[in-house]
Design a protein around this ligand. Structure first.
Ligand SMILES: [Zn+2]
Length: 366
């Protein structure tokens, strides 16, 4: 079931995240203009268009006039979920629960998606994902934004699962390095950059055993600019890119769990903006891989959750992550727990846990 909204809000309030940008450091207080709450994020959103069924059902008027060019066809933004399901030859959505809010399930041979009316949080095969728009209920029919249908439901419910041939190139990106230390362990001040590098070095041989050509963006404690990590992957003709990080919400120690990020599809709002101007119309190289990004994120996120029993903080979307935006292959960023949480910091500092993280990812990419 969906998590109570209160828990989600608290989680968002606690979230300060691990840095993928050189300017963030652990234990650094949140600047006053930092969008640390849901409320600020919501204030940045343009008004949600009301679904208009008549627009969805009506074809554009026939061209009858040379000046038709100044009367473009209506933009279809919302569609009834049951009609989309029928078009894609999968079963109709069914009501799971009417109270306190209506939740619906829709399934295919790939799995089951649970949607909550009025909430961007959805559950795919038991893990949390984030929609771009809140599902609407109109005349007892579920309407979804067409971008959610195309970019979230279709890749998961309809597309064949990602398959990998052997000898493909995977670039593993241990986050931070050199003066860009990343987050600090609340236990003893050790840096995120040390743990991401160790995680990457553990992961590389496991992937090689599975037939991947593995290249690390760094193998030592050196600074690599985030933008250069995308250039690096492109130069090595990467087929997949995975950035490894650990999280922090310091000085608050409560936040914990696993988060996985991929680039926000064009036209949607991000789950996390962290001070970045989240322009919906922006289209980056990596948006060509929206479907694969989500499939990859969901697959690795689920595998790490299974292996570690960490709290599921969801698969989320962000535009500010430079390591993802310029990638010319499917790319994700994993935050493998919170160094600001004493329990998780202890885990992250343990080599056995980092080995478990590595094995989970390698196992998911067999
Ligand atoms: Zn980081």
């Amino acid at each position: 079931m969906l998590k109570p909204a209160g828990i989600i809000l608290i989680a968002v309030l606690l979230w300060a995240g691990c840095t993928t940008e050189p300017y963030r450091t652990a234990n650094k207080p949140v600047p006053p203009n930092w969008p640390a709450t849901n409320e600020v994020q919501k204030l940045q959103l343009p008004p949600l268009p009301r679904p208009v069924p008549s627009v969805v059902k009506t074809n554009p008027p026939p061209a009858v006039h040379p000046t038709n060019a100044i009367h473009p066809a209506p933009v279809i933004t919302w569609a009834p979920l049951n009609r989309w399901a029928a078009d894609h030859k999968i079963g109709a959505p069914h009501l799971l629960s009417g109270l306190p809010v209506a939740t619906y399930a829709i399934g295919s041979t790939n799995g089951v998606m649970v949607l909550e009316i009025g909430s961007r949080e959805a559950i795919w095969n038991g893990i949390e994902i984030n929609l771009g728009f809140e599902p609407q209920l109109i005349d007892n029919q579920v309407f979804l934004h067409v971008l959610d249908l195309q970019r979230n439901l279709e890749p998961l419910l309809c597309d064949p699962p990602l398959r990998f041939r052997t000898n493909r190139v995977i670039v593993i990106d241990p986050g931070h390095g050199g003066p860009n230390t990343g987050a600090r362990s609340v236990l003893d001040g050790r840096f995120e950059k040390e743990f991401t590098l160790d995680w990457g070095k553990r992961l590389a041989p496991l992937l090689e055993t599975n037939g991947w050509q593995v290249i690390l963006t760094r193998t030592d404690d050196v600074y690599v600019a985030n933008s250069d990590r995308a250039v690096f992957a492109d130069a090595h003709h990467a087929d997949l890119f995975i950035s490894l990080h650990f999280n922090s919400s310091g000085p608050d120690e409560r936040a914990h769990g696993l988060e996985t990020y991929c680039l926000t599809p064009t036209g949607m709002s991000s789950t996390l903006v962290r001070g970045y101007n989240d322009f919906w119309s922006e289209n980056f190289f990596n948006n060509a891989f929206d479907a694969e990004n989500l499939q990859l994120a969901v697959r690795l996120h689920a595998a790490v959750l299974r292996a570690t029993a960490m709290e599921d903080r969801g698969v989320a979307r962000a535009r500010f992550m430079e390591v993802l935006r310029g990638q010319k292959c499917p790319a994700i960023l994993i935050e493998g727990g919170y160094l600001s949480n004493p329990h998780e910091a202890k885990m992250i500092e343990s080599p056995e846990f980092r080995q478990k993280l590595a094995e989970a990812i390698a196992g998911a990419l067999k």
